[in-house]
Ligand binder design. Structure first.
Ligand code: VGL
Ligand code: ZN
Length: 237
C-alpha cells in the first residue's frame, strides 16, 4: 500500500517528515532571518593560549563548514583590558579558577587572557569566515566581565547586539564556539531573554567544565528553550 509522507516546516525551521505515527527530524534550515554567532574562537581559548579549552581547535573546521549554510555571520572576541577585574592577578591573594564576590555578583577568577590587541586575543588563524558581517568585542569595561555577547555581567549594560540583530530582521541565532559552559551558554540564555529562537550546535563547541558547569549550563539552556543540535542536523552527514 502506498504510504504518504508530509514534509513541512515547524516554527523553529526544522523540517519534519510525518508518516503515520512517525516523526523524524530530517534537517534544520537556517534562512535569511538566521545568524551564525561564532563565540570567542581566539588564540587565548585554544591550545597554546592563556586559557585553553580542551580540544578547542576541533571546532574550527566544523564552524568553517557550517558557515556555508548562513547568509548572516557575527563573530565575537573576548577583549579585556590589562588588569581586568576577571583576572585573578587583579585580586591579590586569589587564585585562578576560584570565585570572588564583586559589586555585580559572583565572578570566577581567570588567568590573564584575551588582552586587547595581543596575539593571544586574535581570532584563530584557521577560522575562515570571509562573509562575517560584524566582529563584536566584549569584556572591555575594566570592572565588568561579559561572557554574554548580549549583556555584560552587571546585567544592565548592553553590548547592542540584540538591537543590531533585530534592526537587521534576524529572529533566530545559531551559536557555536568557546566555551560551551561560559560564553556560549550565557549568550544562548540572553538570546532567549531578548526574544530570539536559539540553537546551540553542540559539536561546534567545547567546554571548560569547572565543577560541573557544563551539565549545569545544558540544564539551564534546555529549561530556557535553547535547542541542542549537532552540525549534521544542518549539513547532513
Ligand atoms: C570565556 C572565561 C573567561 C569564554 C571568556 O569565552 O567562555 N570564559 N572569559
Ligand atoms: Zn574573559
Amino acid at each position: 500500500m502506498h504510504r504518504r509522507n508530509f514534509l513541512f516546516q515547524t516554527a523553529a525551521g526544522m523540517a519534519m517528515v510525518v508518516s503515520p505515527g512517525i516523526w523524524a527530524a530530517t534537517g534544520i534550515k537556517p534562512n535569511s532571518h538566521s545568524v551564525l554567532l561564532v563565540i570567542d574562537v581566539q588564540n587565548c581559548f585554544i591550545e597554546g593560549g592563556t586559557l585553553p579549552v580542551k580540544n578547542g581547535a576541533d571546532v574550527v573546521p566544523i564552524i568553517n563548514r557550517l558557515a556555508s549554510a548562513f547568509d548572516n555571520i557575527v563573530i565575537t572576541q573576548d577583549w579585556h583590558t590589562p588588569g581586568h577585574t576577571s583576572f585573578a592577578s587583579a585580586h591579590p591573594g586569589h587564585k585562578p579558577f576560584s570565585t570572588i564576590k564583586l559589586s555585580y555578583g559572583t565572578q570566577v577568577l581567570w588567568p590573564d587572557h584575551c588582552v586587547q590587541g595581543t596575539r593571544d586575543a586574535a581570532l584563530d588563524k584557521d577560522l575562515k569566515l570571509p562573509k562575517a558581517q560584524l566582529i563584536l568585542r566584549k569584556g572591555f569595561h575594566p570592572s565588568v566581565d561579559s561572557y554574554s555577547a548580549f549583556e555584560e555581567a552587571d546585567r544592565k549594560t548592553t553590548t547592542g547586539l540584540a538591537a543590531y540583530l533585530k534592526a537587521r530582521g534576524i529572529d533566530t541565532v545559531y551559536i557555536v564556539g568557546l566555551a560551551t559552559d561560559f560564553c556560549v551558554a550565557w549568550t544562548a540564555l540572553d538570546a532567549r531573554k531578548a526574544g530570539f529562537k536559539a540553537f546551540v550546535i553542540e559539536d561546534a563547541t567545547r567546554a571548560i567544565d569547572l565543577n560541573g558547569s557544563l551539565a549545569a549550563a545544558w540544564k539551564e539552556m534546555t529549561a530556557a528553550g535553547v535547542r541542542r543540535i549537532q552540525s549534521t542536523d544542518i549539513l547532513g552527514s
